[in-house]
Design a binder for this molecule. Structure first.
Ligand SMILES: NC(=O)c1ccc[n+]([C@@H]2O[C@H](COP(=O)([O-])OP(=O)(O)OC[C@H]3O[C@@H](n4cnc5c(N)ncnc54)[C@H](OP(=O)(O)O)[C@@H]3O)[C@@H](O)[C@H]2O)c1
Length: 303
């Protein structure tokens, strides 16, 4: 298979796979993307970047096996139950299916994108514990593997409903409590570098984050970037009492399980400077930020 691309990227029409695939292309590496619908706009955008497509579905193991042919390095990511597309057990089955297929195809290196809460004991939240289960499976594989655990994405803060348009931004941490976050651009370039240097990163578990952010630092960064005051507040006790999902997540921020334990100075030493919120708001996220600031009530759907 001398004409095969070197890397296979799952979820390439989504956030993580998308930035990993484009970072690999920027490094002039050959990429195959596993997509469900080759006619979708996002799949066509991949082709315009010089990425070839393998059509399949993570519920169909034979289609995963076909996509693995001739591949050296795999980026594995699955959607999780809050998306409504899979159950927690299905996420685990898909993560294991990619891993088993990589082994069967003789792939040299598998990079699995997990989450910050994984490997820290049972959390009681299905879409976090699913990642610990996939990690356990991956650690026992007879091939080189690297696990990356990204902190919450900065992009999440731009979702409609977080309040940027109202001048009051609402999120998980208390005013002086910090939570780690990462910009997708950094997630993409770091995972791409790991894929390109398997000998350096095989066997490692890397916690990925770009910055420790407190409620106060969000308030300052958003206000400066917006040119008007944006006040920070944590989700109210009433709101948390009425929303199990948010309440459990907030509890896991408070007890440190999802607030992130990445050693940012070491990451920067290894991978170069990480994007900080203010720089990100002025750069890649400028349009996203402006859209969030100008969202109308009709755009607001709390996801
Ligand atoms: N949000 C955060 O802050 C955060 C932080 C750490 C970890 N995570 C984890 O990140 C993961 C999601 O990653 P993401 O945000 O990059 O996802 P995303 O943007 O929602 O994209 C999901 C990708 O998976 C593909 N996909 C879904 N079902 C599929 C199937 N049955 N077969 C083949 N492909 C399928 C989608 O393809 P289509 O285009 O065909 O739909 C899309 O490319 C979740 O497990 C989440 O828990 C999130």
């Amino acid at each position: 298979m001398s004409n095969s691309p070197e890397f296979l990227v799952f979820g390439a029409t989504g956030q993580q796979g998308g930035v990993v695939a484009s970072s690999l292309r920027k490094a002039r590496r050959e990429v195959r993307a596993f997509v469900r619908d080759p006619k979708s706009e996002r799949a066509k955008a991949l082709v315009r970047q010089g990425i070839t497509l393998a059509v399949g579905d993570l519920f169909d193991r034979a289609s995963i096996d076909r996509a693995m042919t001739g591949i050296q390095g795999v980026f594995s990511v699955q959607t999780s139950s809050p998306s409504g597309l899979v159950t927690d057990d299905q996420e685990v089955a898909q993560g294991k299916a990619i891993a088993n297929s990589a082994v069967a195809a003789g792939v040299a290196h598998l990079v699995y994108s997990s989450g910050a809460a994984a490997g820290k004991g049972q959390t009681g939240m299905g879409h976090f514990d699913s990642k610990s289960r996939i990690e356990e499976h991956i650690r026992c594989l007879p091939i080189a593997t690297t696990i990356t655990r990204p902190a919450s994405f900065m992009e999440m803060m731009m979702l409609p409903g977080m309040g940027l348009n109202t001048g009051v931004f609402t999120f998980f941490m208390k005013r002086d409590q910090s939570m780690q976050m990462i910009a997708l651009d950094d997630l993409g370039r770091i995972n791409a570098r790991i894929l390109c240097k398997p000998e350096r990163y095989a066997g490692q578990v890397l916690e990925l984050s770009g910055q420790d952010l407190t409620g106060k630092s969000l308030e300052e960064a958003f206000s400066r970037a917006a040119g008007r005051p944006i006040r920070y507040q944590r989700f109210s006790e009433e709101m948390l009492a009425g929303n199990d999902f948010l309440r459990q997540l907030t509890m896991l921020v408070d007890n440190g399980v999802v607030s992130g334990v990445a050693d940012i100075p070491s990451l920067e030493h290894e991978f170069g400077p990480m994007l900080k919120l203010e720089e990100w708001l002025r750069g890649t996220a400028k349009t996203l930020f402006e859209k969030a600031l100008n969202a109308s009530e009709a755009d607001i759907v709390l996801r």
